[in-house]
Design a binder for this molecule. Structure first.
Ligand SMILES: Cc1cc2nc3c(=O)[nH]c(=O)nc-3n(C[C@H](O)[C@H](O)[C@H](O)COP(=O)(O)OP(=O)(O)OC[C@H]3O[C@@H](n4cnc5c(N)ncnc54)[C@H](O)[C@@H]3O)c2cc1C
Length: 402
């Protein structure tokens, strides 16, 4: 297998920083790296697709209420403009001891410093027959394939026809995507029949694991919009079908036009084989500094790590966003041979805003749960502010050039 080290062209040794993944937890690091080179280092960015995809705006893009550009920052182009090496590929293996990552394109990269923000894989899809028919929300282009499919179905069946769609996983993402799909199909002039399926929804309520009052509120919100929640485990998916095992162990086939998969975060399998200490789900354990090893040559943030001191922290973007400046400061500090100093402590709770896709959002904050247009306005303000901030910092010049 080829093993490439960056060519230096200088007498002094040049060190190599590999940045894997361009997600929420890497935006501050990428903003710094695209702003100015680091003396004595070359930087390689490995990312599966050209753009950063902001999950907060994904439901609005799926609903058809925001353009794709509202959720995307062209990080690949910005990084190339800043003379970073960009490889459009995925990490498929990491040897922490040897300090080498292997990529899906067959390349191996030796590194002196590695920062990981590779997100997660969908829970439970591996064991499902016909998994390739599931529309996962990551990568973003797969979610866009779902909207393209539904638009084509709507155009084919004609106005008013019923279009059944399944959303697997009744967590926060599932609720938002179910609502967004309803809005999109209504906008296309057909009758949406959206069903949320979750093995933990015996009571026909979404958001398993949340407080009962929150679940009941979200259940009413869905019922008002004609979205059903059923208990079941999906065992097979076809292009237009779905097999679900119900609570009695019976397998029942259903006709659907598409199956969206929103089941939460599992670890990429190659992380458990990397030699890094991992939790029992295969997520590397991060110190408060976000270092993943004692020598501080490997760091990580966002969904792909578990905090050693706060193992119960949810895999949610709000945490990835808060980790981003800490990860950037400590990785950049290591390029100057400074020990990692900034420490990340997750907040106990966060403001949750779930868009209903039709102008309202459900807000949950401490003991308060409400659904209103004002909450959606707040969500839009937060989302557009986030995107504007990082677009300007990372891709300002690139966007201006288009
Ligand atoms: C529909 C939806 C809505 C959501 N809404 C919210 C919300 O409102 N609030 C909230 O807090 N959370 C939300 N989440 C959860 C949120 O998306 C994640 O917690 C967040 O994206 C995690 O950020 P991250 O930086 O860890 O990874 P990501 O932002 O997912 O980025 C990981 C990056 O790594 C890349 N990558 C993946 N594998 C590899 C590999 N092998 N090699 C290299 N690169 C790789 C990916 O392409 C991606 O760009 C939502 C999730 C979904 C699906």
């Amino acid at each position: 297998m080829p093993r490439s080290l960056p060519s230096t062209g200088h007498a002094t040794p040049v060190r190599h920083l590999v940045v894997a993944g361009a997600g929420h937890a890497h935006l501050d690091l990428l903003a710094a790296l695209t702003a100015a080179p680091i003396a004595g280092w070359t930087v390689t960015l490995v990312m599966p697709t050209e753009d950063f995809a902001y999950s907060g705006s994904l439901p609005a893009v799926i609903a058809g209420t925001a353009p794709e550009s509202a959720a995307l920052i062209p990080i690949g182009a910005a990084a190339r403009a800043a003379k970073l090496r960009v490889i459009i590929s995925s990490v498929t293996a990491l040897d922490a001891a040897a300090q080498v990552v292997t990529l899906a394109n067959g390349e191996s990269l030796a590194f002196d410093l590695l920062s990981l923000d590779v997100g997660s894989a969908p829970v439970g899809l591996g064991g499902v027959d016909g998994a390739e028919f599931a529309f996962t929300m990551r990568p973003f282009r797969r979610a866009l394939e779902l909207t393209a499919r539904l638009d084509a179905v709507a155009a084919h069946v004609g106005r008013g026809a019923r279009v059944p769609v399944a959303v697997v996983g009744a967590g926060a993402a599932g609720v938002e995507i179910a609502c967004a799909l309803r809005t999109r199909l209504q906008g296309a002039g057909v009758t949406p029949v959206v069903t949320l399926i979750d093995p933990n929804a015996a009571d026909h309520l979404p958001l398993p694991g949340s407080r009962m009052a929150v679940r009941q509120h979200a259940g009413r919100l869905l019922a008002d919009r004609g979205i059903a929640v059923v208990q079941g485990t999906v065992t097979a998916i076809g292009e237009t079908s779905l097999r679900v095992r119900n609570a009695f162990g019976e397998e029942v086939d259903h006709d659907v036009c598409a199956t969206a998969w929103t089941t939460g975060a599992a670890a990429h399998s190659w992380l458990a084989a990397s030699g890094l200490a991992c939790d029992d789900r295969g997520f590397p354990l991060a110190e408060a500094t976000l270092a993943l090893n004692a020598s501080e040559t490997i760091f990580g943030g966002g969904d792909c790590v578990t905090l050693r001191d706060a193992t119960g922290t949810a895999k949610a973007g709000v945490y990835a966003v808060r980790m981003a400046p800490i990860l950037a400061a400590n990785v950049l500090g290591r390029t100057r041979q400074v020990a990692a100093q900034r420490r990340y402590t997750p907040q106990h709770d966060f403001l949750a805003l779930l868009s209903t896709g039709d102008g309202e959002a459900m807000l949950r904050w401490k003991g308060i749960t409400l659904t209103s247009r004002w909450a959606q306005k707040l969500k839009t303000r937060i989302d557009t502010g986030y995107m504007a901030r990082y677009s300007r910092r990372i891709a300002g010049d690139v966007r201006a050039a288009f």
